[in-house]
Design a protein around this ligand. Structure first.
Ligand code: SF4
Ligand code: SF4
Length: 439
């Protein structure tokens, strides 16, 4: 049985700030023992899509960077280029990704460590990992900048995900450590049964110039698989690599369809890819922190963030990626849904209802696929002991400074001279507070 360490998201002191709790959990789960002096430590985060607002705040990453430096490690913050996923991608080259990363507040100054786009300029810098034990993938391609690290800490925002149904530790490293070629693989591009190349195509539904998306559609496919002629719109299946750039457009208009079980098979492939990432680094050198806060129904990879579907579930840490995802999932299932969120619209408000199957995937894909596949391929176990961790009593490790206010400000105040106006500030001696207390 794996151990998962947990703290709630309530806070009322230095020791119970969520940053302090994250660091307390880091030690409680033994993640500090992963780092030896001189180790290059990849902190894998999701830096958030353009205009997403639910991704983890940079302060969590900074605190982890400082912690790892304190252990003698050499931290770097890593993410990878994406597939287009939409007609207007904002993270599919290192150039675009670095712009989006900075706009979301992740800068070397803020983080105290370099940001490494681990698969290179357009995502082709990778390492091949053999996966004989994979559920569906038998090989995978992992970003070089992650594969060659000594240690990986996956700092994950737990939330929903349109393909994985939920996005936890397995998805953070499964999708997020894959190079672009690896992402084409895990999204099953070219697969004879589940690949987008196999989808049904109904060109007779195309509105051509009458369609508001027509100009976009003309330039949609980076591989030239979608071609508009005077009469129709052709789909060259042999050219489709499954990059998803066209999906939001041609699926919505009813010309292209998703293959049966496409999302289910992709959810499984995400976990195979996660296994490849841990094999590249070394499974015993990987640790997991998941912050189940701002639990939006879809991932940080969409360019908006809907109201959370459940209240904050707390902070988790473990050495087992399957167990930590299972623990987060169970907490979400046990929770009541968030009023006026999509959970209400989907009838998933009651404790006991699987929240992500209802809200995370728009076609109702099971939220059990990822942890079940993870257990089946030997990444970890769904059996976990949830250990509640108490905040530390000593505030010292979480203080900005150990110099008290009088010592810090006494001298500059004395040098500046008294800034208090002679005779005091101009104010009324008394006011009617009863009057402004009334509703
Ligand atoms: S979005 Fe659909 S309807 Fe519009 S031009 Fe493209 S294929 Fe035709
Ligand atoms: S047709 Fe295939 S390769 Fe082209 S944009 Fe769509 S998913 Fe990508």
């Amino acid at each position: 049985m794996a151990k998962v360490y947990w703290m709630n998201d309530r806070s009322s002191s230095y020791q119970t700030s969520l940053v302090a709790k994250m660091l307390t959990l880091f030690d409680a789960a033994g993640l500090n023992e992963l780092v030896s002096p001189g180790d290059v430590v990849a902190i894998k985060i999701h830096t958030g899509e353009f205009n997403n607002t639910a991704y983890l705040r940079p302060v969590y990453v900074r605190a982890l960077v400082d912690k790892i430096k304190g252990l003698g490690g050499d931290p770097m913050v890593v993410d990878t280029t994406t597939l287009p996923y939409s007609p207007f991608p904002s993270r599919s080259t290192a150039l675009d990704l670095l712009k989006s990363v900075a706009r979301n507040g992740f800068t070397p100054d803020a983080l105290g460590a370099p940001i490494v786009i681990a698969d290179g300029y357009i995502g082709t810098d990778d390492v091949r990992i053999d996966l004989p034990e994979g559920f569906i993938l038998k090989e995978q391609y992992i970003a070089t900048g992650i594969a060659l690290a000594d240690v990986m800490i996956a700092l994950t925002h737990f939330k929903g995900h349109p393909m994985g149904t939920f996005g936890g530790a397995l998805k953070n490293i499964g999708v997020g450590c894959a190079s672009k070629r690896g992402k084409l693989n895990l999204h099953l591009g070219g697969h004879p049964k589940y690949g987008l190349n196999t989808r049904a195509w109904m060109p007779e539904r195309c509105a051509k110039e009458e369609c508001p998306e027509y100009q976009v559609c003309l330039h949609l496919c980076p591989y030239g698989a979608i071609v508009h002629t005077d009469e129709t719109v052709l789909f060259h299946r042999d050219k489709c690599r499954g990059c998803l750039a066209c999906v939001p457009v041609v699926t919505m208009c009813g010309v292209g369809f998703l293959p049966d079980d496409y999302f289910d098979a992709t959810a499984a492939a995400i976990v195979d890819s996660a296994l490849a990432a841990t094999k590249a680094v070394g499974p015993e050198k990987c640790g997991y922190i998941s912050l189940a806060l701002d639990i939006s129904p879809w991932c940080d990879c969409v360019n908006y963030s809907d109201r959370p579907i459940v209240p904050n579930l707390g902070l988790f840490a473990s050495m087992d990626p399957v167990a930590i995802d299972s623990a987060c999932l169970r907490k979400a299932k046990e929770s009541a849904g968030m009023p006026d969120s999509i959970a209400m619209a989907k009838g998933a408000m009651d404790p006991g209802v699987p929240k992500f199957a209802a809200c995370g995937s728009f076609i109702g894909v099971s939220e059990e696929i990822q942890p079940n596949v993870g257990q089946q391929i030997g990444m970890g176990t769904r059996q976990f002991e949830l250990i509640e961790v108490e905040p530390l009593e000593d505030a010292t490790p979480f203080l900005f400074t150990t110099v008290p206010a009088g010592a810090k400000l006494g001298r500059p105040f004395a040098k500046k001279g008294d800034i208090y106006p002679p005779g005091g500030f101009k104010r009324k001696d008394e006011v009617d507070l009863e009057d402004v207390r009334e509703p």
